[in-house]
Design a protein around this ligand. Sequence first.
Ligand SMILES: [Fe+2]
Length: 282
Amino acid sequence: MKYGDLPRNLGLFEVPCHEMMFVQYLPIKLANQTCPTYDKQFDCFNQIIGAAVGNFIDTFGSDVWDESYVYLTAKHMYQVPNSSFNRHGYHSDGFMTSDINYIWSDKFPTIFNTTKFNLSLDDRISIGEMEEQAVKENEITYADKSLVRLNQYNIHKVGDNSTGGLRTFIKLSFSKDKYDLIGNAHNHLLDYNWEMKERSIERNIPQTLIQEEVVKQKSEWVEVNKITWQMVLNESLNLESMNTLNTLETFEEEYIIKGGVYKIIYKVKSSEKPRVEQLIGL
Ligand SMILES: [Fe+2]
């Protein structure tokens, strides 16, 4: 799978939601629970929740289902023309995670882009790269009322909303992580008490665990790069060339880290430790 892949379209569904609401990442199933639990208020989503859960178990298996948290996001509100429920710009839901999201809306469908993106595995840098690299001709939308399954490789942005009006948007998120940011909804029918963390202003990866993991991953890369540097010096450069390597030289290597293939681009100078320039998911 690559950044720029298309999501899976699961077909059309009717959602009889008439109550105004804004519900953000409400846990409806905790890890190691078997069934979703939610207030009657959300019964209008029964069919779509059932379809998403069924598809998730069919696709990823009952073991993954058992260990996953499931979150409901539901927005049924008036949208002012040219405004949106969410932030503008290309992004990926669950970037650098195995999270799966099912989305549905009755109008202004999400815009996907099939450009083959080369992205740095950095939450902020990658956002800029998506904007730079996205080719407008590669934009694709699905019909209103389509249920669509996304993984982290599906680059997308909010749909065109030039006319405005009442809109329903639903998202069901399946993750092995707690979405523990302040502002996320609490399900009082479930027994849990999470320490809720501050929400970043610029981005809102819904689990703090991933933010910490990115930092850890970067430090691991520095360790990997030290070994590579030795290898480059030992195998690719003889002592003489090493001594004359006074300007920065760029090298590229591919690695498999955490099951994914990544390219690291780094610069090396004879008298210095290598400097990591870019880490790209392939
Ligand atoms: Fe999104």
